[in-house]
Ligand binder design. Sequence first.
Ligand code: ADP
Ligand code: MG
Length: 621
Amino acid sequence: MSRLFPRFLGDRVRWGAVLVLFVFVGLIPPLAGLNENLNPDTSSRFQIFLGTSALVLALWAISYNLMLGYTGMVSFAHAAYYGVGAYTVALIFKRYHLPVLVGLGAAPFAAAAVGLVTGLVAQRAVRLYFSLLTLAISQLLFSIVFSWYDFTGGDNGISITLPDQLSDYTTLYYFTAAVVGICLLLMFILVRSPFGAALLSIRENRQRAAAIGINVKVYELAIYTIAALFAGVAGGLFVMYQQQAYPEMLYWTANAQPVVVSLLGGISTFLGPAIGAFIYVVLDNTISKQFPYQFDIILGAIVLAVVLAVPGGVSDAPSVFLRLRERFRRGEEAEKPPAESAGEAIRMFDVRKALASEAIQAEKVHSGKTLLRIEHLSRNFGGLRAVEDVSLEVKEGDRHAIIGPNGAGKSTLFNLITGQLKPSSGKVILDGRDITGRPPHVIAKTGIGRAFQITTIFPKLSVRQNLQYAMLAHAGYTVRPFGIADRIFAGEAQELAEAVGLGMWAGLPAGQLSHGDQRAIEIAISLALGSKLVLLDEPTAGMSAYETDKAMELVRRLATERFLTLLFCEHDMSVVFSTARTVTVMHQGRVLTAGTPEQIRRNPDVQKVYLGELEQEEVGA
Ligand code: ADP
Ligand code: MG
């Protein structure tokens, strides 16, 4: 993801492509001069102007892609920050009579400041509603610029004149290229850093990102502000080569440009939008000349065709070609792992050693201290009491099962413990520390790992990255905007992948593995976080009998080897009785009873609850 170009031909060719791109950018002015000599009806000035506009568009689009491609946020306010940058340059020149370069220096800070404040507002909502709020913000900023006639000049805009040193087209081109180059370098360092890793994890799965300890909203606000900052630079450069700022720059439809450019070039690689920008500028000038009124229609058709044929954009076309060739050559699915690979983990399992430490551990548990204490915990959903006055204790090193029919409140209880839900009343105390109602990313840091009822991993990241990013978050490294994330903890992550039997697939996208193996990743993420307590919500749901056995053997082995405390809920009674040392039974939100598996097995009330459920199921069926 943090690649300049797709991984289609190995490192050397990719860096070669970057070099070619740089040389091409550097050669545009002499090439334009040459072209003018050969075809006297073309103007080199105009072509250099187009080159400048492509560079600025590339910067603007890549800054947009920090949100769209790297974090998964769709904003309609990015043009507004571009406009703020532009007006900063224009106003500082016009109203305060300072040099244009002073304005260019101030533009990113003005745009970032407006981005930060408006981003805080937009963040009151998520996803679609976030996008709608950015749209409203964009319209608001446009209206201010458009109607504040005395200050901004309203629809007349503001004109500027460049200092003598920059008034030459070629000089301005190289100046723009240098500024854009510095900005791209900074952004590239950012997306490869641990901070960039946190962004990718948010894009992949917000819930999982929070559960590994990432404060999702803070990171989203940070990248929103940083994107605005670079958009401000782009806007400032725009004013310099256009020598004018005008309110339409901020109009919400202007956001279509970075989106279209990103989609054309490809949002999954860093330089994709830059390629898109050059294609856009070329198309704009060839099509507009021939069909001045049909540009939007033709452009729309081209974007549609590109997105349908090469979803990764033009910069990804070679990898599509290679994938097709591969398929013809070797038949499909060459690299897929077999569905049942947990067997590898089981073979590594030393039964005798495990039994010995099992016995020691069981003893420790009985004398052990309380790791998690839940006191009178309740949660209502309207009139429904999903969890009601639940109190229980989980001893350190125990394997504590929560059982109960569907709708008993097990998942809700887990969500209350790990912060996805806030309790209506009651307390959650971990290791003597009150964690009631704290957000998930804080609770993850206190040492509770969690596997969700529906598997929650980062599907497009490799197995190794899934674990690595959890380690980065746990170590607090994700605040770092420098360094290469994929090189930190790579060895540790590989070892952990091996410990859960996934060593061979560590480089594959996690989403390609079997259901059981994805479950193992989720558990391994908890281990990567160094969690003392691991919550598993129906760890074997949806598994075959064979997969269930393997998965639970893995869980038992890890719990024994690493002295983990397990709290799990499970439907399958054979799983409960083969794994749990303590069982709590829930029914209709309340604790019915608790005890050893043997006591629970013999309890007539428990039998009644389960019998009742069976009868209901039979009637329902
Ligand atoms: P379990 O995991 O034991 O099957 P849950 O904790 O998922 O049970 O659900 C307990 C009860 O709370 C159910 O009746 C369920 O419909 C209800 N419930 C769970 N989550 C919500 C929610 N977000 N909003 C409203 N009702 C909910
Ligand atoms: Mg549930």
